[in-house]
Ligand binder design. Structure first.
Ligand SMILES: NC(=O)c1ccc[n+]([C@@H]2O[C@H](COP(=O)([O-])OP(=O)(O)OC[C@H]3O[C@@H](n4cnc5c(N)ncnc54)[C@H](O)[C@@H]3O)[C@@H](O)[C@H]2O)c1
Length: 251
C-alpha cells in the first residue's frame, strides 16, 4: 500500500486527488497539509508540513509557490520523494528545485496530462519544420487562476525555444509596445473566465498558411490521474529530477 502526504489538500485539485485515491486499493492518503484551518478531510490535516511527524512513501503537492521552501526542506531531510505539480514558481524557485533534486527524488512538470505532454513533442516537431513561421501561444483558464500566463504555456514556449535556430524572447503584452512583430519572439496570451479547466493553442502563422495545435482539458481528473501515476513511479526512486518523459519511457 503506497502512503501519500497530500500538500494543498483543501484546494480544488486536493479534492479531486482525494476522491481519486479513495477508489484505489493500492494507495492511501495518510495525511494532508493546508494552512487553511477550515479545511476538513477524512485524514489528519496539518497547517505546515514540518508538523507532520509520520512517514509517507511520497508527497503530492498541488498548493501554492509559497509552500515550496518548506516542502523541499522536508523532502530532503526525510528522503520523501515529492511530485511537484504547483505552478507559478519564479526562476529562483526552479533553481532551488534543481538543487534539491541532487539530494531527493522530485517529479516536476507544469502539466500532469498525457495529452499536453504529447502536445509538447508535436509543437517541437512543428517548430523545427515550420521554419520562419510566427509562433503565438494562447491559453484559457477559469477565473480563479492566479498565475498568468499558465505554467503550461511557459513550458510549451520553453520547449519550442529549444528547437529554434536562434534564441527568442517572450512577449506578454503587445499593448505596451507600438512596433511590428519581431521574428525572434513568441507571443503568450492569457484568457481568464468562467470555469474553463485549461485550453492551450499554439499558432504557427506563415505566409498564406496557418497551423494550429490545440489541447483542451475537460476535467481536472486528467491532472489527478497523471500526478497519482507520477507518485507511484517516483516512490523509492533515487534522487534526481524526473518528469513526464521519464514516466512515459517507463510505461
Ligand atoms: N501541474 C498540473 O498539471 C496542474 C494542474 C492543475 C493545477 N495545478 C496547479 O496546482 C496548484 C493548486 O491548484 P488548485 O486549483 O487546487 O488551487 P486552489 O487554490 O483550489 O488550492 C490550493 C490549496 O493550497 C493551499 N495552500 C496555500 N498555501 C499553502 C502552503 N504553503 N502549503 C500547503 N497548502 C497551501 C490553499 O489553502 C488551498 O487549499 C496551482 O498552482 C495550479 O496552477 C497544476
Amino acid at each position: 500500500m503506497l502512503s501519500v502526504l497530500l500538500s494543498g489538500c483543501g484546494g480544488k485539485m486536493g479534492g479531486v486527488i482525494s476522491s481519486n485515491i479513495a477508489q484505489r486499493k493500492n494507495m492511501e492518503i495518510i495525511a494532508g497539509v493546508d494552512p487553511n484551518p477550515a479545511v476538513e478531510c477524512t485524514f489528519p490535516v496539518f497547517t505546515g508540513i514540518a508538523d507532520f511527524n509520520g512517514q509517507a512513501d511520497v508527497i503530492i503537492d498541488f498548493s501554492h509557490p509559497a509552500a515550496l521552501a518548506s516542502l523541499l526542506e522536508y523532502s530532503v531531510n526525510t528522503g520523501t520523494p515529492a511530485v511537484l505539480a504547483t505552478t507559478g514558481y519564479s526562476s529562483a524557485q526552479i533553481d532551488e528545485i534543481k538543487k534539491a533534486a541532487a539530494k531527493t527524488a522530485l517529479f516536476f512538470t507544469a502539466n500532469m496530462s498525457l495529452g499536453i505532454n504529447l502536445l509538447v513533442s508535436l509543437a517541437k516537431k512543428a517548430a523545427a519544420v515550420l521554419s520562419g513561421f510566427d509562433i503565438e501561444i494562447i491559453e484559457a483558464h477559469h477565473n480563479q487562476k492566479i498565475d498568468a500566463p499558465s505554467g503550461t504555456a511557459i513550458m510549451l514556449a520553453d520547449s519550442i525555444s529549444e528547437v529554434l535556430p536562434e534564441p527568442c524572447r517572450y512577449v506578454y503584452d503587445r499593448h505596451s509596445q507600438r512596433k511590428k512583430r519581431d521574428k525572434r519572439e513568441i507571443g503568450l496570451h492569457a484568457v481568464r473566465g468562467g470555469s474553463i479547466v485549461g485550453e492551450h493553442e499554439i499558432l504557427f502563422a506563415g505566409d498564406d498558411e496557418v497551423v494550429t495545435l490545440t489541447h483542451k482539458a475537460y476535467s481536472k481528473n486528467i491532472f489527478a490521474v497523471g500526478s497519482i501515476n507520477a507518485a507511484a513511479f517516483l516512490a523509492g526512486k533515487a534522487p534526481g529530477l524526473y518528469d513526464m518523459s521519464d514516466l512515459v519511457a517507463n510505461a
